[in-house]
Design a protein around this ligand. Sequence first.
Ligand code: GDP
Ligand code: IMO
Ligand code: MG
Length: 428
Amino acid sequence: MSAFIVLGAQWGDEGKGKMTDYLAEEADVVVRFQGGNNAGHTVEVGDRQYKLHLIPSGILYDNKLNVIGNGVVVDPKALFEEIGYLEKEGVKVTPEKLIISDRAHLIMPYHRVLDILKEKARGKNDIGTTGKGIGPCYTDKFERCGIRVCDLLHEDVFEEKLRENIKMKNEYITKVLGGEALDAEEILVQYKQYAEKIGPFVKDTSVKVYDSIKEDKTVLFEGAQGMLLDIDHGTYPYVTSSNTTAGGVSNGIGVGPNMITNAVGITKAYTTRVGKGPFPTELENETGEWIRTKGHEYGVTTGRSRRCGWLDLVIVKSAVRVSGLTSLAVTKIDTLAGLDKLKVCVGYKFNGEIIDYFPASLEDLAKCEPVYEEFDGWDDSVADARSYDEIPENAKKYLERISEFTGTRISIVSVGPKRDQTMRVGEL
Ligand code: GDP
Ligand code: IMO
Ligand code: MG
């Protein structure tokens, strides 16, 4: 029995797509358990680059089962656009390769509208969401007025739920947010078409994943977003609306936590963040710009510039604690090549003390001053390394400090975007 998780250990975009693709080689089933098409996962295979949002990264293989679990919020419009994109790229997406939970909640057109209008209404306090309707969809789920994939397959139920929702949503959209009312008839027609297309993909995914683990198949859970975007453990309210940490897996698919053997925290060798919110080690200077340019740090989903800063090990250590990470996969050490000196944050000075955890209050966090250790840099030859021995000595020292500070072994080192620029250096 083997089931392991790939999770972001920072603010997302750590290289989860690449790592899922790399590790999927040894998996039979690849599962998304939370989030939606707010994610943007890049995978490079040979000279081709794929960008995935909602569909698990295992889809690029012919022989893996990909699962969208109940914890994911599914926008059918985005789903079929992504399927269309993949098929154009020559990747087949059939019900033999992809199954979608009947319990997953649907992102409706009003969720997308609400996401954008609410952000506008927040003014300077906006979160900087992706505008995909993620927050409003999860809100409805918890308010118990959401519409699920299984409802889509029952025309009458769907129509009744839609009409109930649209009445209230249109009131709110027009009277409170100053937007335009949505047309229920148009949505009914559109979603009827989606219902026909989605039907063959719909399954009880909890049963399928449970059986797969019991049958000794290897199951890989592909996280979206990252530790500090978690609704409970992140920099609230500048977070996404799901549990991005290991706790989200069990609920997001419907298997017991004891069935999961390992959790790999994907850790970028520096830190990035898209959208608003605190970022203690942010570099709003030439070095930050240098990293952004060299690392191509622009969002896959929204195209926004990613904010860049030094590696913050306080964050990574929090991820180890919250998700019980068994190992770390460190990515993009090649991006840092060429810097003479590098800094790594190993604590925060807070009220005259040094702490190594992330305070809950953003006001307290604003008072935290990063405590740095300095490291000597390495050169671009790191991108050619194919075994741990070939990694430049200074980069090894950097990696060893990450492992020592977090008390966690490093399982994988990535030195470029391609599959073959990846080294397995330890147990997952
Ligand atoms: P995800 O959301 O965690 O899957 O990450 P993204 O795909 O949003 O962003 C990570 C970017 O870094 C992608 O463009 C990857 O192709 C790229 N990448 C992943 N690992 C490495 C690496 O080790 N070196 C370099 N240079 N790029 C990498
Ligand atoms: P991957 O899986 C980076 C951020 C948004 C915003 C906040 C809330 O590619 O790592 P949302 O639309 O989810 O309500 O936005 O979360 N965000 C991400 N940042 N990578 C992601 O996904 C993200 N998904 C959401 O920028 O700050
Ligand atoms: Mg991404």
